[in-house]
Design a protein. Structure first.
Length: 155
C-alpha cells in the first residue's frame, strides 16, 4: 500500500468511527465547552486533526482528542464576549447528565472529567490549568449541587 492509500484508509476509519460514536463524542465536547457553540464544530476540528494522524483509532484516543480540542478552543476564546453566555442545556441520554449540564463551567468540566471519565486529579488539573486543591474543591461543589457522585464511565 502506498502512503496515500494508507492516509486515505486512516481518514475513512476516523470518519466512520466518529459517525458510529457521534452521540458520545458530542456529550464530551458539550460538557467541556465554556460558551455557546455547537459541539459539531469541535468534532469537525477534532476529526480533521485526527484524519492525518498515525495514531490508532480507539474510543479513548477519540475522547482525548475531543477533550484537547475543546480545551484549546476554550483557551482561544477566554476573553471573547461569547464567554459570558451560558451554554444551552444539553439533552443527554445518560442518567444525571442533564443535572451536570446545569453546573457552572468549572464544576461541570471537573465533574465530567473526574466523575464520568475517571481522569486522575493530576490529568484534570493539567487539562484545565488548575491545581489539585482546586480540582478537589470544584468536584466537591459539583457533587453537592447535583446530589450524588457518578458511577458511570465512558472510558
Amino acid at each position: 500500500m502506498t502512503a496515500t492509500e494508507l492516509s486515505t484508509e486512516q481518514e475513512e476509519m476516523w470518519r466512520t468511527f466518529f459517525d458510529d460514536n457521534h452521540a458520545d463524542l458530542v456529550i464530551v465536547a458539550g460538557m467541556l465547552l465554556r460558551c455557546h457553540l455547537s459541539p459539531e464544530r469541535i468534532l469537525r476540528k477534532t476529526l480533521s486533526g485526527l484524519e492525518s494522524s498515525p495514531c490508532e483509532v480507539t474510543f479513548e484516543q477519540a475522547i482525548r482528542a475531543v477533550i484537547d480540542t475543546t480545551i484549546e478552543y476554550n483557551r482561544e476564546t477566554a476573553n471573547s464576549p461569547l464567554q459570558a453566555e451560558a451554554p444551552p442545556l444539553i439533552k443527554l441520554r445518560a442518567p444525571g447528565m442533564s443535572l451536570i449540564a446545569t453546573l457552572p463551567w468549572p464544576e461541570r468540566a471537573v465533574y465530567f472529567l473526574r466523575g464520568i471519565l475517571h481522569y486522575s486529579c493530576e490529568e484534570t488539573g493539567l487539562l484545565l490549568n488548575l491545581n489539585d486543591v482546586q480540582i478537589d474543591q470544584l468536584y466537591k461543589f459539583a457533587v453537592k449541587r447535583i446530589g450524588y457522585e457518578s458511577k458511570t464511565t465512558y472510558r
